[in-house]
Ligand binder design. Structure first.
Ligand SMILES: [Zn+2]
Length: 303
């Protein structure tokens, strides 16, 4: 099986390239690859799995490569062979029900950072505490990752000043959590002693991403349960996504790219730590698939 054939199994949408034969000109592309220089675990395991071809998922029987996007489990690759990443903050991904699972990169995050990532299918989403949760979504009111922590602090401050005033709407969830809120807040007693990473990240507890096509995204982002969340925008990042959506800006990132860039900024600007590739492996599958598709494109003479 040529690498091009394998690529078509991975990406059925690339069928238009069938007439072009595969060759070894992939190296020409190196200069154009923005995913170079990442600190990644070896892709040897993926190369081997790709050579074996698709296998049946033991849970649902679906024909899969690397992982099953329906069952969220590995296929033909063992847990020990792939990197496991610990994230500095919890991530929720809200998936549009119409989004084709096989095309979504949200599953990459769940598989690589299973204890920190939760995927919800819209309209099933949790009630969020607006003082501790942000939504990564561009818009006129969106702030940068750099400004995010200050904005969250300002929100908390102004709300504690307003504490005596009657609260207007959607406070059910906050009331339940209110009793533990004060005890957890290291800043109320000793504002300058909060040196640990957890304290630096305080009050941010969770970051919400929306996983859907450009057109479906607006419906989710305007859901009233997300309306009051601070919106955070990832500026100046360009997508490497091979399924670039026609007519959309190239700053419209694949979900896994958005998570990666957010965390990188968060690490540098909010945790004030030097970034040493801590979350690069979130792009473990993405960068591999990207290189496979790129090689196929070069073979097809499209680059
Ligand atoms: Zn399955």
């Amino acid at each position: 099986m040529s690498s091009l054939d394998q690529n078509q199994h991975l990406h059925p949408s690339c069928r238009d390239k069938t007439t072009v034969s595969s060759d070894s000109s992939g190296t020409r592309e190196l200069a154009k690859q923005p995913l170079q220089g990442l600190k990644l675990a070896s892709h040897a395991v993926l190369e081997k799995a790709q050579q074996r071809g698709r296998l049946k998922c033991s849970k649902c029987g679906g024909s899969r490569m690397f992982f099953c996007y329906t069952c969220c489990s590995l296929v033909g690759v063992s847990l020990q062979e792939i990197p496991l990443i610990k994230l500095p903050v919890k991530i929720d991904i809200i998936k549009h029900p119409n989004e084709t699972d096989g095309k979504s990169t949200a599953i990459h995050a769940k598989i690589l950072a299973p204890s920190d990532v939760t995927i919800y299918t819209y309209p099933c989403i949790p009630e969020y505490d607006k003082d501790k949760v942000v939504l990564v979504f561009p818009g006129p009111g969106a702030v940068s990752v750099q400004d995010m922590m200050q904005c969250l602090h300002d929100r908390t401050d102004s709300r504690s000043r307003d504490f005596d005033k009657p609260c207007i709407k959607r406070l059910k969830c906050e009331e339940v959590q209110g009793s533990t809120h004060t005890a957890e807040n290291p800043e109320l007693g000793t504002p300058d002693e909060a040196k640990g990473l957890e304290s630096r990240a305080f009050p941010l507890q969770r970051v919400v991403f929306i996983d859907s096509t450009w057109n479906q995204t607006n419906k989710i982002s305007t859901d009233e349960r997300l309306q009051d969340l601070l919106q955070v925008e990832l500026k100046m990042r360009k997508t490497c996504f091979w399924r670039h959506q026609k007519g959309k800006p190239d700053t419209y990132l694949a979900t896994i790219e958005a998570i990666y860039y957010f965390l990188k900024d968060f690490h540098e600007h909010c945790l004030a730590q030097e970034y040493n590739g801590e979350y690069d492996n979130l792009l473990f599958f993405y960068s591999y698939l990207h290189s496979v598709v790129n090689k196929a494109k070069i073979s097809a003479g499209k680059c």
